[in-house]
Design a protein around this ligand. Structure first.
Ligand SMILES: Nc1ncnc2c1ncn2[C@@H]1O[C@H](COP(=O)(O)OP(=O)(O)OP(=O)(O)O)[C@@H](O)[C@H]1O
Ligand code: SF4
Ligand SMILES: [Mg+2]
Length: 335
């Protein structure tokens, strides 16, 4: 189980004539990835998804809050002491073309991490070849065909499967899939999504799925939980199917009705909610972060910041003063 409490990250970006600009990438995010569970983070570009994924994978630091892996707080540990925990969380990159070294065969690509794993677990060197074949078969490709080949000799879908096999060499508890299907041909996307779902069942590995496309989150599993992030804040959270069927936060509704989804698999519903104003990054962060784009904004929203409810038995939580369920995608679409 991996949990995060109040995870906060602010970047300083140089380049402005007024000096460094503070960019709040994450504003006190709480999350939980249960063992073997599936969690999706969705939101538009720049909302902090990758930052959160990299923090969970131990590739990025955080300024405040805590990450707890199986009961151990990462905040109290030094860099070295954290490493064994972060082996358990492996990142699958968005771009299968740049993720693999073009000068190495797939055999070489898998052998290096497997040799390390063999040393860590006291296995013999010969185990690595056996394990490479096993992992490639597990991700649905023929080891005999793929092992001697270079990345450029494989299709995008095959490369992404190799990237997933490489992530599995470390026996992770959780795979962080950051836009893992966005650069793959549409016809091959469902295959990769089903593979991730299948790995959950067969290996009990948890999946943390990062996407700007709410519909792909559906294909990770019926029991998955969805986190909708807007400008670094989780604005709605709950069971994926419930949120897609009845989103209560206006931002979630606008994401669903804008529908940049797996083309042909989802259709917009009756009630479309279109943001009324483009995002103004220069605005101070008083009040609701979504206020300038929200069609339902009131005086209160301008001055007070809504916070996400903390459980209390509620499965669907939101950070909005005026939540109202609206159906923006017909239930069952694309199934
Ligand atoms: N290394 C960095 N230095 C400075 N600012 C950064 C850095 N990484 C991210 N940011 C900023 O933090 C914010 C969140 O970025 P992040 O990459 O997490 O967003 P994202 O949701 O993954 O976006 P996308 O959908 O485009 O991948 C953005 O405003 C981005 O410009
Ligand atoms: S709090 Fe107000 S501005 Fe923010 S999303 Fe809800 S209705 Fe819109
Ligand atoms: Mg990103």
């Amino acid at each position: 189980m991996i949990t995060g409490t109040g995870v906060t990250k602010t970047y300083r970006q140089r380049g402005s004539i007024l000096g460094a600009r503070q960019v709040p990438a994450l504003r006190g995010v709480d999350f939980a990835v249960p063992r073997g569970g599936a969690v999706s983070f969705i939101g538009e570009s720049g909302c902090g998804k990758t930052t959160l994924g990299r923090i969970i994978a131990g590739l990025e630091t955080y300024d405040d809050g805590d990450i707890v892996i199986d009961g151990t707080s990462m905040s109290g540990l030094g860099h070295r002491a954290r490493q064994p925990f972060f082996r358990r969380v492996q990142l699958i990159h968005q771009d299968p073309y740049s993720a693999l070294n073009p000068t190495r065969t797939i055999h070489q690509t898998l052998s290096a991490p497997l040799a390390l794993r063999a040393r860590q677990t006291g296995r013999s060197r010969s185990w690595t070849d056996e394990r490479a074949e096993e992992l490639l078969s597990l991700v649905g490709i023929d080891p005999g065909y793929v092992l001697p080949r270079y990345p450029h000799q494989l299709s995008g879908g095959m490369r992404q499967r190799v990237v997933i096999a490489r992530a599995l060499t470390m026996d992770p508890d959780v795979l962080v899939a950051d836009e893992a299907v966005s650069m793959i041909d549409v016809s091959l996307r469902l295959g990769i999504l089903s593979l991730l779902k299948d790995l959950r069942v067969r290996l009990g590995v948890g999946v943390l799925f990062i996407t700007h496309d709410i519909a792909t989150a559906r294909y990770i599993g019926d029991d998955s939980e969805l986190y909708v992030i807007y400008r670094g804040q989780v604005v709605e959270r709950g069971p994926t199917e419930t949120i897609i069927a009845e989103p209560v936060h206006p931002y979630t509704q606008s994401l669903l009705s804008a529908i940049p989804v797996l083309h042909g698999l989802e259709r917009p519903g009756e009630e479309q909610v279109v943001p009324t104003e483009a995002l103004d990054e220069g605005r101070a962060d008083e009040g609701c972060l979504f206020a300038r784009r929200c069609p339902f904004v009131t005086e209160r929203c301008e001055h007070e910041m809504p916070v996400l409810g903390r459980g209390g038995g509620e499965v669907q939580r939101h950070a909005c003063f005026h939540p109202q369920p609206r159906s923006v995608i017909p239930v069952g679409a694309g199934q």
